[in-house]
Design a protein around this ligand. Sequence first.
Ligand SMILES: NC(=O)c1ccc[n+]([C@@H]2O[C@H](COP(=O)([O-])OP(=O)(O)OC[C@H]3O[C@@H](n4cnc5c(N)ncnc54)[C@H](OP(=O)(O)O)[C@@H]3O)[C@@H](O)[C@H]2O)c1
Length: 356
Amino acid sequence: MYDSHVRVSAAGSPAASSTVTEAVLPGIVEPDGIQVRTRPARPAGPGQVVLAMEAAGVSFAEQQMRRGKYYDQPPFPFVPGYDLVGRAVDAGEGVPGRVLGRRFAVLTKTGAWASHVSVDVGDLTEVPEPVDSADAETFVVNGITAYQMLHRLAEVRAGDTVLVLGANGGVGSTLVQLARIAGAKVVGTASSKHHDAVRTLGATPLDYRDPGLHEQLRALAPKGYDAVFDHVGGEGIVTSYRLLAPKGTLVSYGTASTRDVQGSSKAPVLKLFARLMWWNAAPNCKSAHFYNIWAGRRRLDTFRAKLHADLTQVFALLADGSLTPQVAARIPLADVAKAVEMAESGTVVGKVVLVP
Ligand SMILES: NC(=O)c1ccc[n+]([C@@H]2O[C@H](COP(=O)([O-])OP(=O)(O)OC[C@H]3O[C@@H](n4cnc5c(N)ncnc54)[C@H](OP(=O)(O)O)[C@@H]3O)[C@@H](O)[C@H]2O)c1
């Protein structure tokens, strides 16, 4: 039993220790311009938990944010960090004391690159105890995104043929693994240096820079693809749509091709939305969606229930060995610049994870 009205904390909580270490994006900077600073710790507020970070991810979103190119990033300066795994060390008023000492995953969008992070208790999903924190971290934003696109939007089934762009990336490699578990045949694009890794995950790799890519994609699925997952956007999205089978589903979930293009961060996304709406209005049986992990958050209880259910499924697959985590490197938070450089180098397979 617990007393849900009393503030409680565990040994090692920031209420007991005095400072928090965090990485700050001060503006549009190169990786070595990211600042590491300390500030006084704050106790957990009502309904909140303080997590002592054990692993925080370096995602594609931060590559966009440090260029000022993420669709709805906060104004500078801010602490980035899309997701983390951490242990509860302080619980605010109204939070069950039994959460203390347990390990949770949480999606934050920003704020996770810190030694201690305050989050709403309703946003926590427990990590099964035998699973390593960095391993679990690789499947938080990647796992939720891949699982929901595959099972809630495209409804991929055994026997389907699917195309995953960027099949060695964080989301892409998770999509490949989950699609294989669902019994689908998977074709995945990636740089040729990553083809062995993609093959190991169970997909047929193709080089997205090969001028003959389109013919190769057609040859591998002559009747078209039942689902195409596209994070690249730009003009290539037209090809993705054309590759669909007569009842196929296009799931677009990013505009990575415009990361280094000068100008508005919103224009490429709005152009993409217009295209998807136009295709959906076309008189055929194909469908085209944009997936946004934050969609539906206005109905918070439903949003959280789906997220917990889906991430719990992903963690169960990780715990039983069905999913293979790919941790490219574990880098201390103090060396965040090195972590970002590595994540952006295009040389690593898997996710770069920050550790305390
Ligand atoms: N909409 C949402 O809610 C949501 C949620 C999560 C993530 N995302 C988006 O998902 C995307 C991937 O994120 P991530 O963290 O998985 O990134 P990541 O690990 O850095 O992977 C990016 C991948 O993109 C590949 N790539 C780059 N250019 C390509 C091209 N022209 N054609 C095909 N593949 C290409 C890279 O392949 P090589 O390394 O082989 O070059 C790499 O595999 C990002 O755009 C991110 O914003 C969206």
